[in-house]
Design a protein around this ligand. Sequence first.
Ligand code: GLU
Length: 546
Amino acid sequence: MDTIKLAELLFPNVTETAEQVEARYPSRELPEGAVVSRMAPSPTGFIHLGHLVQGLISERMSHQSGGVLFLRIEDTDAKREVVGAVEILIDALKYYGIHFDEGATKDGDSGLYGPYRQRQRADIYHVYAKKLVAEGHAYPCFCTEQELSSMRETQEANKETTGYYGKYAIWRDRSIEDIQAQLDAGNPWVLRFRSEGNIENQFKFDDLVKGKLTVTENNIDHVLLKSDGIPTYHFAHAVDDRLMHTTHVVRGDEWLPSLPFHIQLFKTLGFKLPKYVHIGPLMKMEGTSKRKLSKRKDPELAMTYYKAEGFPVKAVYEYLMTVLNSNFEDWRRANPDIPAEDFKFSPKKLNPAGALFDYAKLTDVSKNVISRMGAEEVYKLLTEWAEEFDAEFAEALKEDADYAKTILAIGRGGKKPRKDIAVWTDAKPYMGFFYDKFFASEGFDEKFDAETIRTALEKFLAAYDKNDDATEWFNKVKAVTSEIGFAADMKEYKANPEAFKGSVADVSNFLRVAVTGKTNSPDLYTVMQILGEKAIERIKNAMEKL
Ligand code: GLU
């Protein structure tokens, strides 16, 4: 077979050579050991946690090594593409703080190694396709859908491996005349890879997460170009990662079965194989067994979920670092106050089986992350969240920003900060009582009669002075306690509860319910300081209602 002639026949319009293309994509000037990695999502409209995990890992590996992270849109499957999906994708990644040095943006492409959208790279793939044909590594296949499906049926009936290989690869060795006749008839064709692999042969491969793998050679003549001339993922990623000088491919381990073919393809094309980081799927417990997170069953797989639930980006980030890396939690314990980005990330510490998603853990991590933020940051993030999900609350927060920040500053800083907020939806129940429109009373403990409570509140009001410090304030609460026959000293009360009508804890609770409407609130002295006159009004109102 005259393969050069075949190449001309199939690609008459391709005049550029691979060498010429490569001259347009020169090596990157980067320090030794710098990782060039990419996110290469397909714009299907559904952005999930798997994207974020992959993005975080590539981002860490690139940026921690002084390398480059770029965004490439893998839009070769036009059928699955959703209008606007690229923009949604870019926004979501940006929201989660994944910064790209180059690639697709909302205003076109930025960077010297583009275009960064595969459909715009068709001409480039054709140069390599022509080269493969000329070298005898690829050939056209004119099989119809029907032929392929009846082939599959035969293989299934014979319990053989399905696919285009061996005697089933009926176009592999056809004459140039047969091919010419099909082309003349205008019949559609796909370009197939001519595999020289043998499934009897195995070889070793080192994956940065999975470790040493034993891989079986590929013997299938996979499709490189579809009948519309658009490449398959396999072919496109090989060409792109070569030209864009990707050193590390971080992707889901659902691609592992294709790896033998990819290795073969890179080799045949004369490309250096990048390092592969195959990450396990996100799992969750169902009863006592683990299963993959599923788009259909698990809302937490969607990236939009976290925003709506009110998890700050930092918390999701920190959580993912915690469940992905076996050494992150220890590092965090030793370094509670430094940014998560300072953690020295290594793919070797990733769990090869995949991370286990756990909502309780996420909540816990989020609580810690928010507790370490300053009031200013909490205010900003909470307000942004409320603007989208709770307009009434947002309005209250913005009406008097200083007031809101003073509230949010309660119990922050220091070694043991308060941990009342895990998600922004917790904020209103926690602090809403500071605003009259969100104030609602749970009511007093029914164990005590109205008269006792009223007397306690009355006596407290008579003694209250806003200028008292916390100790003076509490002494006054204790004085009221004793006056109404309750125990001011908790030890004394516990030793002999029958001797008293109640304790200082009960009196504090009368006050707390009157002022905040709840039995659980931040430090009441501080609350009253912030509320000022309003606290007194609330106590009076409560007395009236008793
Ligand atoms: N477009 C592929 C996907 O969305 C990307 C795989 C890769 O990163 O190479 O799964």
